[in-house]
Design a protein around this ligand. Structure first.
Ligand SMILES: NC(=O)c1ccc[n+]([C@@H]2O[C@H](COP(=O)([O-])OP(=O)(O)OC[C@H]3O[C@@H](n4cnc5c(N)ncnc54)[C@H](OP(=O)(O)O)[C@@H]3O)[C@@H](O)[C@H]2O)c1
Length: 246
């Protein structure tokens, strides 16, 4: 079990982020979590001695404080997402995920770590890979997704965050390496097994299911298993539930 890995977790009070937090702690990882309210942490994790929870709005956390939280971390994991009420979907901050991705990567760049820091982003199958690499998505579906982005701010936010990683961090950054994990429709369930794909496998009209437990498990693998990291770094894997464990 890794006992010398340190992670900054964003969105650790969320449905998937809470599961990521539990899995990381189970694996002996030291976690720093920026949360708006520590009361929203699962009771089983809130008192874990390996967890440091900082109560703050991550977007307005002063830069120096963010730097101190990022300093010494091997990875930053973001499970941020807009709350699903009207205010969360259409109100500010419309750029929650993208802006926090920029902030966290910017903090890493300021710190100039000797080894690149891993940035693991929870993304979505609604997010396209650049250069039309998702060949499964034809013109009609691309138009539907573009419309979705125009109408629903979180969809644009998720695309902007991934675009930032692909285009501005890219593949050769000295300080940040990244993976954007793309689940399909999130469901409950024990996450007994999952399949990973380079690109999209289902259409938006006939979506697959991805249990949050599986997303959490894979995000933790990326942080703790160098082979998983080497396989997926700089890529945007699609994760869906599978009958057979991987
Ligand atoms: N729903 C799906 O089927 C689906 C499929 C694929 C991908 N995704 C993506 O997966 C990601 C995570 O989904 P989820 O359902 O696990 O998320 P979730 O349960 O809604 O959790 C969202 C997290 O973001 C935080 N957050 C929300 N608004 C914030 C704000 N203004 N400032 C700071 N923190 C804020 C929440 O904090 P609080 O606890 O304080 O509210 C919570 O920790 C999202 O980006 C979503 O788009 C969703």
């Amino acid at each position: 079990m890794p006992n010398d890995i340190r992670v900054l977790l964003l969105g650790g009070t969320g449905r998937t982020g809470g599961r990521v937090l539990a899995r990381l702690l189970e694996r002996g990882v030291e976690v720093r979590a920026i949360v708006r309210s520590a009361r929203r942490l699962e009771p089983g994790t809130a008192n874990d001695t390996r967890l440091t929870a900082v109560e703050a709005d991550p977007l307005s956390l002063p830069r120096d404080e963010l730097l101190e939280l990022v300093r010494g971390c091997d990875a930053v994991v973001s499970c941020l997402g807009h709350n699903t009420d009207l205010g969360g979907i259409f109100g500010p901050p419309r750029d929650l995920v993208a802006r926090m991705t920029r902030r966290a990567c910017g903090a890493v760049a300021v710190l100039r770590p000797a080894e690149p820091v891993k940035f693991v982003l929870m993304s979505s199958v609604s997010v396209n890979r650049p250069d039309r690499l998702d060949t499964r998505r034809g013109a009609i579906e691309r138009a539907a997704v573009a419309l979705l982005r125009g109408l629903v701010p979180p969809a644009k936010d998720n695309q902007d965050a991934a675009d930032f990683l692909c285009s501005e961090i890219g593949q050769a950054d000295r300080f940040v390496r990244w993976v954007a994990v793309r689940p399909d429709t999130l469901v409950e369930g024990d996450g007994s097994g999952y399949a990973l794909h380079e690109g999209l496998v289902s259409s938006l009209a006939r979506p697959d299911k991805t249990s949050m437990a599986n997303v959490a498990r894979f995000m933790c693998e990326l942080v703790t298993d160098p082979r998983a990291w080497d396989e997926w770094a700089g890529r945007m894997p699609v994760i869906v539930d599978a009958a057979v464990s991987v």
